[in-house]
Design a protein around this ligand. Structure first.
Ligand code: NDP
Ligand code: 2IT
Length: 448
């Protein structure tokens, strides 16, 4: 979709000039601008209030040194980030990514996406993201702890239960959240819900671990049903084998689908019989091993080096759950050629703009990340509610709320797309519905 609105063309130019060397951030802003064109035309009041000019500039960006000592006694230095993007509808909220590819542009794209995603959840949460170029892979528990403590020693000055509530993302799971929470509590001498994704013994919510993957499948089920389709009997390819991929596999399987492939950053496995999830959980959640090990106990499965080949496996439904831009035009075309009819995104921005064009041109059902993977942060919101009332809800209660939120997100995307003349384009629907709530709040609060 080309940008035709002059105001948005000019603003995008300013964003490009002001944020050089950050292609992922520009990519995220461009996609949102393209789909907001009819809103900008219909709502000059929002343009006049400078809502978009303000929305593309983070409220606050924090960058800091994270020094720590490795097991050999050597000093290591990483860089830490927290981008507090928008607090119009609630305290800043969003995950922390620990991966060597992290730099300011990645955190800004994720923070920008988070603003719309959190708005779609219907819960009162603003958008933020944080992280570091630290790589937890291959580090001992003690090294991870020392890194997390150093990271939190600075971060604790900028966050709080009513101000900014970080959580997990790539490389940040229960272990890392535990170390960060412990350090926050020690430094601030307060036990509050300052992080989500906490362990169940110290304020975590049941179903938060499962929430992003389950939520992705609840959203996808709704999208399929609205188009006369279902998971039942379908072949599904899922990339990644981390938190999101594992619980998406579990839920898709419970809905009657067969998940035949999973991956990590080295390669992918293809198991025609359907992947053995218990084995994957043991390898990935307990032993922290590579996915390649799967074939040593499953000799009929295949292992292939490299990530992109996974999209050449014939499937009905593709659920990318690894990382940004993992499906390019070529991979999207391979999916279409093999008869795939739906793509729903567990990862953030896993499809390049060219890949999305291929989906839309070929009439695939496309569930965009900021709607389809919102179940994780929605359940983080539910964890915040439980922490505030100092009560914990049952798994069934949280799961039911998650389910209902995902259904409401699908409905919001569907009806916004219809209202703005783009029926069936859930990407446009997600951007418009997510935007409007934040925009009304920003306008109401004046020029801040
Ligand atoms: P994990 O760290 O648990 O798992 C990440 C998975 O993706 C691993 O299998 C990892 O392989 C693979 N991966 C990561 N980076 C790359 C890369 N550059 N190239 C290829 N594969 C890669 O993270 P999550 O499952 O939590 O996150 C996955 C995606 O879902 C991310 O995009 C995240 O932003 C998004 N997301 C997560 C939510 C959550 O609640 N956790 C909520 C909403 C979205 P390896 O182990 O080899 O690195
Ligand atoms: O991208 C995301 O939505 C997350 N990583 C989850 C954020 C959260 O605050 O639970």
């Amino acid at each position: 979709m080309a940008l035709k609105n002059q105001y948005l063309i000019d603003l995008l130019q300013t964003v490009k000039k002001r944020n050089p060397g950050e292609p992922e951030f520009i990519q995220a802003v461009t996609e949102v601008f393209e789909t907001l064109q009819p809103v900008v035309e219909k709502r000059p009041d929002l343009v006049k209030a400078g809502v978009l000019d303000r929305l593309v500039e983070p409220e606050r960006q924090i960058m800091f040194r994270v020094p720590w000592v490795d097991d050999n006694g050597n000093v290591q230095v990483n860089r830490g980030f927290r981008v507090q993007f928008n607090s119009a509808i609630g305290p800043y909220k969003g995950g922390i990514r620990l991966h060597p590819s992290v730099y300011l542009g990645i955190i800004k794209f994720l923070g920008f996406e988070q603003v719309f995603k959190n708005s779609l959840t219907t819960l009162p949460m603003g958008g933020a993201k944080g992280g570091s170029d630290f790589d937890p892979k291959g580090k001992s528990d003690a090294e991870v702890m020392r890194f997390c403590q150093s990271f939190m020693t600075e971060l604790c000055k900028h966050i709080g239960a009513d101000c900014d509530v970080p959580a997990g993302d790539i490389g940040t799971g229960g272990r890392e959240i535990g170390f960060m929470f412990g350090q926050y509590k020690r430094l601030r001498n307060e036990f509050t819900g300052v992080l989500t994704g906490k362990g169940l013994t110290y304020g975590g919510s049941l179903a938060r671990t499962e929430a992003t993957g389950y939520g992705l499948c609840y959203f996808t089920k709704e999208m399929l049903a609205a188009n006369g389709k279902s998971f039942e009997g379908k072949t599904v390819v899922i990339s990644g084998s981390g938190n999101v991929a594992i619980y998406a596999t579990e839920k898709a399987t419970s809905f009657g689908a067969k998940v035949v492939a999973l991956s990590d950053s080295n390669g992918y496995i293809y198991d025609k019989n359907g992947v053995d999830l218990a084995c994957i959980k043991q390898l990935k959640e307990v032993e922290r091993k590579r996915i390649k090990e799967y074939i040593s106990t499953h000799p009929t499965a295949e292992y292939h080096e490299g990530c992109s080949g996974i999209w050449t496996i014939p499937c009905d439904i593709a659920l990318p759950c690894a990382t940004q831009n993992e499906i390019n035009k070529e991979s999207a075309e391979a999916l279409v050629k093999n008869g795939c009819f739906a793509v729903a995104e567990g990862a953030n921005m896993p499809s390049t703009p060219e890949a999305i064009e291929v989906y839309l041109k070929n009439g695939l059902l496309y569930g965009p990340a900021k709607a389809a993977n919102a179940g994780g942060v929605a359940t983080s919101g539910l964890e915040m509610s439980q922490n505030s009332e100092r009560l914990s809800w049952t798994f069934e209660e949280v799961d039911k709320k998650l389910h209902d939120i995902m259904v409401s997100i699908f409905k919001a995307c569907d009806s916004a797309a219809k209202e703005y003349g783009m029926a069936g384009n859930y990407m446009a629907g997600a951007n418009i519905a997510g935007f409007l709530k934040v925009a009304e709040a920003m306008k109401a609060q004046g020029c801040v």
